[in-house]
Design a protein around this ligand. Structure first.
Ligand SMILES: [Zn+2]
Length: 317
């Protein structure tokens, strides 16, 4: 990987998958008349999700130029088995954007209106998309995933139904009526460093030999700083001192927000947690800068992991 790939001209930008640029219209979502007016809007766009994948077209037939694709409300309704589950994402430049789950279709390629593109995993094209569109697709994917996984009330087990244009599910049991809101589970992700060295790891879940920062879920009853310290010690046996917040990234794979930190190590011996990691070790800045020469593959450019590495490389800690 050339050294230039480690530079981050977008330092002041939001992380990828954020910055969709939509007005989510939270106060208006419970107003069914207003929602209906948006649904009826002639230029409304619906982003279809099929089994966790997004509808993507490729400009000029090039795999390097993926574009967000959409269908109309009428088309989405016609494909929804008479049970429209169209969810409002928000308004952007006067256009209403919705999402719809079409996972019930056996083969979407057989549906003419969907044959304009193909359903692709967001991570397979993510970094090549327009940033705002990538964020909108991430938002759609996260919300659809939550609906798909929460058809029943977690309190009494009765079916729940969509309200507020898809931003609430309400239990249909009259004795319960519990409201359930979309979940985003927090995970911490951290670059551990000491002076001019940092710790990168090859995670067991990653089939390719890619080195990235450490990460883990926040547990109930702990602060983010405590979660960082615990995860680092569990995964590589290193103790950390100062923990500084960096930035965050929506991560709808399937329903997380990554909270990024730089964590200064106060010990150096690595003991790898083998259930999670294949390998972890200290890397010199020079190795990362000349990653190509060393055959070192780093986290994907659109990931917060990569941004944490890049900003540390350029002393933005
Ligand atoms: Zn209930």
């Amino acid at each position: 990987m050339p050294a230039a790939a480690c530079e981050n001209p977008g330092m002041m930008q939001n992380n990828f998958y954020s910055g969709a640029g939509v007005d989510r219209a939270g106060p208006l979502r419970p107003d069914t008349d207003w929602v209906q007016s948006r649904v009826a809007s002639p230029d409304a766009r619906v982003l279809p999700i099929w089994r966790e994948k997004s509808l993507i077209t490729f400009a000029n037939g090039s795999q390097d130029e993926p574009r967000m694709a959409w269908i109309t409300v009428a088309e989405a309704m016609a494909l929804s088995n008479g049970k429209p589950n169209i969810i409002l994402l928000g308004e952007r430049d006067g256009t209403s954007f919705f999402a719809v789950d079409l996972s019930h279709l056996d083969n979407p390629a057989d549906v003419p209106v969907l044959a304009q593109g193909s359903f692709v995993g967001l991570r397979d094209v993510g970094g090549l998309l327009d940033r705002a569109d990538g964020a909108l697709l991430a938002y759609a994917k996260g919300l659809i995933h939550w609906h798909e996984r929460h058809p029943f009330c977690s309190r009494c087990g009765s079916p729940s139904e969509i309200r507020d244009a898809g931003h609430v599910r309400v239990c249909t049991n009259p004795a319960c009526k519990a409201s359930h809101f979309p979940r985003t589970d927090p995970a911490v992700i951290m670059l551990v460093y000491m002076g001019e060295r940092c710790v990168l790891a090859h995670n067991r879940r990653n089939p390719q030999k890619m080195y990235s920062t450490l990460a883990g879920f926040v547990e109930p009853g702990e602060s983010l700083e405590e979660a960082v310290a615990r995860e680092v010690e569990e995964e590589v046996g290193i103790r950390v001192g100062t923990v500084r917040y960096h930035s965050s990234q929506p991560w709808p794979f399937p329903g997380n927000i990554m909270l990024g930190f730089h964590a200064e190590a106060v010990s150096t011996d690595i003991v790898v947690q083998e259930s999670e990691l294949v390998e972890a070790r200290w890397f010199e800045k020079e190795e990362i800068l000349n990653a190509d020469k060393y055959g070192l593959r780093l986290s994907r450019p659109e990931s917060i992991s990569r941004r944490l590495i890049d900003d540390w490389m350029h002393n933005r800690v």
